[in-house]
Write a protein that binds this ligand. Structure first.
Ligand code: S3P
Length: 423
C-alpha cells in the first residue's frame, strides 16, 4: 500500500523552459522549486555557457536566481553544449541558437545521438539557420544562427518540443512565425509566454510570434510538482488496495493529464483538490485511493500527447486490468529515450504479462496477477527503470532491473520518496 502525502520535485518541462526563456529577460529571473533532474542540470550548464549566471539560493531548497544579459548579450560558448540525455534541451536550444548570430555545436549521450533531429533541422533551415548534423539528421549538430525569416509550420508530429523550438527561433525572426500541431500538446510555452509578457497570438489552435522588440523584464516563476514523476505513485496507489495517497501541488496542465484521465476512465478513485493557478499553470493536490483491479481502456493518437511519457507506467495498470488495454497511434514512443514500444513489450512479456506489439502501439490482455521475477531491461531509459521499480511492487515477484542509476535523469530522489509512502 502507499499512504500519506508526498510532494514530488518540480516539473522538468517547465524547468527547462524557465531556464531557457530566462535568456529573453534582461535582469533577474527567480525560479522556485526547480526540477532536480539531471536533464535540467544539463540545460542549466548549457545556459551558463551562453552567458547566464545561475545561483542557488542557499536557504531555499530548489530555488535559483538567474541573472541574464538578454538575448543580445548572450555570448559564443567556448566549447560544445552538452545536453546529456535530454531531448527537450537539444530541441529547445537548437531553436534558441538558430536565432543568435553565433556558431556552436550541440551533442549528447548515446541515446540523444539516436533521436530524430530532422524535425527541428528542416524547419529551422527553412527559416535560414545553417545547420550541419551527422547524416543530416542526428546529433552532434552545429548551428550558425541569425538572419531568420518567419513562416508557417504545420507539424506532422504532435511535438511540444518542436513547437517551442520554432517559437524561440521566431522571436528573433523577420515577420511572423506560426506553428500548428496535429493534436493538442502541452501548452507550458504559451502559459510561460503569458506570464513573462512575451506577445503571442492564437488562431484556431495555432500559435504565432513576431520578433521580440525588447528584452523582457525581471520575473519570478514557481514550478509545480512534476505530474510525470507523480504518475509512478498514482498508478501504484490505484492498484494497491487500501492505499490512500495525496500528491501535493502537482501541475495539472491539460496537455499533461492523460495519466489522471486514463486511471479515472479505468475506474480508479482519484480526486483533484485545492485546484488553483500558479504563475499561469494549473496546480492541484491529487488524492488517490487504491481500488484494486481496474478495467481496460483504449488510448489513441489524440490522447497520447497528454501522456506520452506516462505510457510505460500506465501499461502496468493494463497488464493487471480486467479486459484489454489498447494503445494505438503511438509510434512516437519508438523515438523516446529508448524504443519504448519494443522495450515495454519485451519487459512485460518476459515477466508474464500478455502483451502483443503493434507497429504503432500494443494490446495487453489483462491478468489477475503477473508473475514478475524476470529481467527488466532499461537501456538507460529512466522511465523504464522507475516503471520496473513499481512493477516489483505490483507483480507476484520483484522484477530484476538492470540499471537503476539512469533514474537520476528525471527523478534522483525516486527511491527515497517511494520509501516515505510505503506502508
Ligand atoms: C516535452 C515534450 C514531449 C515529452 C518530453 C518533454 C516538452 O516530447 O515527451 O519528455 O517539455 O516539451 P515531444 O515534444 O517530442 O513529444
Amino acid at each position: 500500500m502507499l499512504n500519506g502525502s508526498l510532494k514530488v520535485p518540480g516539473d522538468k518541462s517547465i524547468t527547462h523552459r524557465a531556464l531557457i526563456f530566462a535568456s529573453l529577460v534582461k535582469g533577474h529571473v527567480e525560479i522556485e522549486n526547480l526540477s532536480t533532474a539531471q536533464d535540467c542540470a544539463d540545460t542549466a550548464l548549457c545556459m551558463q555557457k551562453l552567458g547566464l549566471e545561475i545561483e542557488r539560493k542557499p536557504d531555499e531548497k530548489g530555488s535559483v536566481t538567474v541573472k541574464s544579459p538578454g538575448l543580445s548579450g548572450l555570448s559564443q560558448p567556448k566549447d560544445l553544449l552538452y545536453v546529456g540525455n535530454s531531448g527537450t534541451t537539444i530541441r529547445l536550444l537548437s531553436g534558441l541558437l538558430s536565432s543568435l548570430p553565433i556558431s556552436c555545436c550541440l551533442d549528447g549521450d548515446e541515446s540523444i545521438r539516436k533521436r530524430p533531429m530532422a524535425r527541428v533541422i528542416e524547419p529551422l533551415s527553412a527559416m535560414g539557420a545553417q545547420i550541419e548534423a551527422r547524416e543530416g539528421k542526428f546529433a552532434p549538430m552545429s548551428i550558425r544562427g541569425g538572419g531568420l525569416a518567419g513562416r508557417r509550420f504545420d507539424l506532422s508530429v504532435a511535438s511540444a518540443q518542436v513547437e517551442t523550438c520554432l517559437l524561440l527561433a521566431g522571436l528573433s525572426a523577420d515577420g511572423r512565425t506560426t506553428v500548428a500541431t496535429p493534436h493538442l500538446v502541452r501548452d507550458h510555452t504559451r502559459r510561460m509566454f503569458g506570464h513573462m509578457a512575451v506577445p503571442y497570438f492564437e488562431d484556431d489552435g495555432a500559435i504565432s510570434v513576431e520578433r521580440l522588440s525588447e528584452a523582457l523584464p525581471s520575473c519570478r516563476i514557481s514550478v509545480p510538482a512534476d505530474i510525470s514523476s507523480a504518475a509512478f505513485f498514482l498508478v501504484c496507489a490505484a492498484l494497491l488496495k487500501g492505499s490512500d495517497l495525496s500528491l501535493l501541488s502537482v501541475g495539472t496542465n491539460p496537455g499533461r493529464t492523460l495519466v489522471l484521465d486514463a486511471l479515472s476512465g479505468m475506474g480508479a478513485d482519484i480526486e483533484r483538490l485545492n485546484e488553483r493557478l500558479v504563475d499561469g499553470e494549473p496546480v492541484a493536490d491529487i488524492r488517490i485511493r487504491g481500488a484494486g483491479r481496474l478495467t481496460g481502456i483504449t488510448l489513441g493518437a489524440a490522447d497520447l500527447p497528454a501522456g506520452i511519457d506516462e505510457i510505460p507506467i500506465l501499461s502496468l495498470a493494463g497488464s493487471l486490468c480486467e479486459g484489454e488495454m489498447v494503445v494505438e497511434g503511438a509510434s512516437e514512443l519508438r523515438h523516446k529515450e529508448s524504443d519504448r514500444l519494443a522495450l515495454l513489450v519485451s519487459n512485460l512479456s518476459a515477466n508474464g504479462a500478455d502483451i502483443e506489439e503493434r507497429q504503432d502501439g500494443f494490446v495487453i490482455s489483462g491478468r489477475k496477477t503477473v508473475k514478475g521475477g524476470a529481467l527488466w531491461e532499461t537501456r538507460g531509459d529512466h522511465r523504464m527503470a522507475m516503471s520496473g521499480a513499481i512493477a516489483s511492487l505490483l507483480f507476484e515477484q520483484p522484477v530484476r532491473i538492470d540499471d537503476q542509476a539512469c533514474i537520476a535523469v528525471s527523478y534522483p530522489e525516486f527511491f527515497q520518496d517511494l520509501e516515505s509512502v510505503k506502508g
